[in-house]
Structure formats: C-alpha cells, structure tokens
Design a protein around this ligand. Sequence first.
Ligand code: NAD
Length: 251
Amino acid sequence: MALVVILTGAGISAESGIPTFRDQNGLWENHDVGEVATPKGWMENPKLVWRFYQERRRGMQGVEPNAAHRALVDLEKKLLNNGHGFYLITQNIDGLDIKAGIQYIVEMHGALRRFRCEKCDYEVENDYLEDDLLPCPECGWVHLRPDVVWFDEMPHNPEIFLSAVNQCTHFVSIGTSGEVYPAAHFIHDALRDGKEVYYQNTDPIHAHLLGMEIHEFQGKASEKVPELCSNILKSLGISEKEELITDNDAS
Ligand code: NAD
C-alpha cells in the first residue's frame, strides 16, 4: 500500500488570485510581516493585525480553487478507492483545498475562516467581515484572534503531520519556497528515508537539492499538478479513466 503525502504552500493558490508571500520582497500585501504576523505584533497592535486579517477574509470572497486543487481531490479519491493512503499537509490558511473537496488534510498554519480565544480555547467559524474586534462570547475576553499560526508560534497538529511524513511512501512538495520550518524539513526527511519525492514550483529546484533523486515538475501549479498526479497514479498502476465510486453509488 502506498501513502502519498503532499505539502502545499502559497504557490498552489496563486492562480486563484491569492498573492504569495515570498514573491513580494518580504512585505505581505504592503505590511511588514513582524507587524501583522507575529505574537508581538498582535500584542502591540491588535487592531492593525485584526484589520489585516479581516481584509484577507474579505479578499477570499468569491475566490475559487483552481485546477491544481481539483487534481489533488481527484488523486485522493483514486488512491483511496484503490486501497492506498493520502494526506495533504498545507501551510496555506485560505481553505481552498477543503472548498475543493479534500478529505484528509491538516492545516498546519491554521485557517483564515476561524477565530479563537487565547484565554478559553473557544473556536468559531463564521462570516464576520467587520473591522471591529470581537470579544469572546464564551469567557468575555476582550478579543478573539484569527486562528492562524504566526511566525514564532508552534504549528497545529504536529503529531499528525510528522507521522504522515514519516510513514509516507511518496512525498510531494507543491508551490512552497521551503523557507518556513518545520515544513522546510519534510523534503529532506523524505529524501533521507528513500521515499519517492516530487517537486512542483514555478522556480527551478533549490540548488541544495540538485543531484537528488527528485521528480521535478517546473511550471504553473494549475498545469503541472494534474500532470504530476497522473504520473503518481500511473506509477501505482491506477487508471486515470477509472470511474469514481460516489456516495450515491453506494446504495
Ligand atoms: P511562499 O510565498 O514563501 O512561496 C511561494 C512559492 O510558490 C514560491 O517558491 C514560488 O516560486 C511558488 N509559486 C508562485 N506561483 C506559483 C504557481 N503559480 N505555481 C507553482 N508555484 C508557484 O509561500 P510558503 O512557502 O507557503 O510560505 C509562506 C507562509 O505564508 C506560509 O506559512 C503560509 O501560511 C503563508 N501564506 C499563505 C497564503 C495562503 O493561504 N494562500 C498566502 C501567502 C502566505
């Protein structure tokens, strides 16, 4: 049985219209990252940080998954139908993978669609798009925070993503600059352990990975991820034309 583990970064969502981070010279939508994406920034100016993330929540309205997200959904279904395993680890907070229909996923850097309380751990997903801070309805704490993982914070669900990376047979990196840890380690762990490794990015593979045994798919995610998924299915002897069993067929 194969276990295919995918790591995605901001590049997979670029063609859905969401700006990546590194492509903007360390500024994130014209803000200094230290001001809007660190616990220190939040402590010093919660209103600014809140407004930054509310702007991004508003910017998500009408944004749809692209062909790369859809190819991963198709890959997941075909692998599961054939007795194999699949796990998507995403660094993205845009939720487009879930919107596309992915089932097995860990959003290691949290999710823009959720708020949480730092005092009582209350969590909520809602459509609140205003710039006014929200107090916690559960414990009354002055403000909820975006449920996103900032620089200097621990990622969510490490036990799930570390075990997935350890146990996988195939590791796939898509649209990530590989500069944020611990995700940046995964490809090295996979190579060290002799896994089948795939790399997708508009940029050529990093110089420090040159000469390694890596299947490289350079180009836009919307064009190259479907090709990469076909390649994995073929290598496992799974027909791409295979009819998917849907819930409706089960009866
Ligand atoms: P990054 O911005 O550092 O790197 C993006 C990578 O995608 C680059 O290597 C770039 O060459 C590549 N890329 C750009 N367009 C592409 C395309 N069309 N197809 C394929 N590859 C393409 O992003 P990162 O590595 O994910 O790390 C930045 C951090 O910022 C993450 O932790 C993430 O939480 C956060 N972030 C998230 C989003 C989002 O949720 N969509 C957007 C920006 C930043």
